[in-house]
Design a binder for this molecule. Structure first.
Ligand SMILES: [Zn+2]
Length: 144
């Protein structure tokens, strides 16, 4: 499960394989926290939602208009909140099991996981500030 994460600080590409529990990926060159955006799947879902920080899971599909609105918002959150959140995108067409397991009936549905447990959810396109509040509540710390 290789992710290529681009550092917001020095723009170097980092190939990230496995992040030890409780840690977040950092840039090999400048050691800044990396925007942690990951394309998840049914096969890897259980590990996709495990992280030392809240995990925001986006159930989406390419044909869904509101999902396309949320895409850049999620990328922004991953970049601006690097080190404080992991963003996982689940394409529901390719990964129906995860969507069914969490009873995703309309997309986008965003679930927030903490320590592998779903702690909050948002259905439909929402403002970035709404998501930040929920991530903040899940992490127990304020995000700037
Ligand atoms: Zn860097």
């Amino acid at each position: 499960m290789n992710d290529v994460l681009i550092c917001s600080e020095c723009h170097s590409k980092n190939r990230v394989q496995r992040v030890p529990g409780g840690q977040v990926p950092v840039c090999a060159r400048c050691h800044a926290a990396l925007p942690w955006l990951h394309d998840g799947s049914d096969a890897s879902f259980a590990s996709d939602i495990q992280a030392g920080v809240p995990v925001l899971v986006d159930f989406w599909a390419p044909w869904c208009g509101p999902c396309r609105v949320m895409g850049p918002v999620l990328e922004e959150i991953a970049r601006e909140q690097a080190g404080k959140v992991r963003v996982v995108k689940i394409n529901v067409d390719e990964n129906p099991q995860s969507a069914a397991r969490f009873q995703v009936r309309s997309i986008p549905t965003l679930l927030i996981f903490r320590d592998g447990e779903a702690v909050d959810s948002v259905i439909g396109a929402v403002q970035k500030s709404v998501l930040l509040q929920k991530i903040s509540a899940a992490s127990g710390a304020r995000l700037s």
